[in-house]
Design a protein around this ligand. Sequence first.
Ligand code: ADP
Length: 562
Amino acid sequence: MPARKTPAAAEETAEQTLEVQEEKKRRRTAKKSAEVGAETAPKVPTRKRSPAKKQAAAAPVEPVVSSELPAPASPELPQPRRSVAFIGSECYPFVKTGGLADVMYALPRALAKLNCDVKVLLPRYRCIAQPWQEKMIYRGSFMMDLCADGRAFYVGIMEYVWDGVVYDFIDNEDFFSYGQPYTNLVDDIPRFCYFGKAALAALNYMDWIPDVIHCHDWQAALVPVYLRTLFAATPLSNAKTVLTIHNLRFQGIYNIPTIQYWTNLPDYVFNKDALTQNWVDANMLKGGLTYCDRITTVSGTYAGEIQTPFFGEELDAHLRYHAGKLRGIVNGIDPQLWNSRTDKFLRAPYGTEDAAAQKQVNKLALQAQLGLEQNADKMVLGLISRLTDQKGLDLVNAIVPALVDGNTQIVVLGTGEARYEDSFRSFEHAYRGTVCSYIAYDEALAHRIYAGADALLVPSLFEPCGLTQLIAMRYGTVPIVRETGGLKDTVQPFNQYANEGNGFTFDRYDAGLLLDAVNRAKTLYFTERPRWDEMVRRDMEKDVSWENSARHYRSLYLELKP
Ligand code: ADP
């Protein structure tokens, strides 16, 4: 059995491996083969490390906080053009299960407006609606070696260009003909082992060598690993990589032999500083974090939180080690997509000037649609969420009976774990006409709730960024949130003395504190409506668009490729 390494010595191995890889790459005097099938790099020897570096590795690492963001480039100065390939598993409007899809839609568009060339690479799932499928144009195809036993798979490229962004869908019936879009890890691990490699191979095939490859979540996390190993001899290896963590809970963990088989990655990446976790498993996200040039996550607070054991999902030590390349950049929302003035789903579109009156019309329409008592004087609390324990639903469940006071209605829209679906159904049954639990994924209804509700509950246990509170504010719906992750960074608590703030907040994960926050909101709503309306106006005027965040990303790209 190999001797167990100290953590510091173990951390060295990964860095050494990376250093040697970098050196090997430099030595390969631009042997620019545009071949698609990449070769396995041989195992490399390790080098001794200088004492100075040892000291650095042993030094305690402070969590990175939002203040360490790169200064966004000035909008006035002309900026060099950058080409960026986005690789991820979902993108609105083609396929969406959560916030990742919104980001994959809005950020490339915002970057395109900031003089970036953007390509988005996605799987061509069969569940993508037919009208989109019909818009795609065949761009080429080839066979790609994938597995350890030499099994090769077809890679088709279907292209669609929309608003300055090129979408390339990776087509393969074996992997993408089922799922919505995910199924279970048994199927998802091979399909995303395939997807990461196919996306890189497609870029090589199209001879589109970006400055930066921006990967998202575990489904695309093998991309930096492939790039620095199997693709090290291709032109693509000149690209820098950014890996964004949208939610650290999901990491793509499976046994080592399976991932070895489906990736044919060299043995040395299966060490405990790269893919290997707990000695027996391979963790795709962990490998990506090791091999990428920059790690970002979707808010400054979350960037700090994930370096602690509570939020770190067993990767906190790994993230602390890589803290030097970790940044938090808060998400935004697409102002065209979420625009209460032009929203085609609303009964009464509105702006800041007529929000008070028009929101009431939307509220009455929402109550009618959902079978609630139609009364504009009731305060409507909305909740739009995946129904999982991340979202603080235990707290909501604990206080529903206390919330239903004759003046308040509750609207829940979501799908997820059976225990929450059932509990919300039972509340609807118990408080018919006052509580509506709409257990489904329904884009149109989501828009109507954002417009018709007075306040939106987001009491998450943890929340990397959260988009629902941003959308709510844009629609003049006051967020009631727990102070964690992006919720803390984007919702300024109401200060009754200074009459400032955007919403109501609470800190500890405690049902009593959530109830207290809702009661503070109710007090303002029912007793000081002019001040409530002022908060609604402040929320609607708050800049929650992508523009600012996109500038931070562009600065990061410029920093990577000066
Ligand atoms: P997460 O990515 O963790 O699910 P976010 O707050 O980042 O949470 O993003 C959620 C996105 O999904 C928002 O755009 C929200 O409106 C949408 N959404 C969540 N559940 C539903 C649902 N049941 N129906 C329609 N949209 C939903």
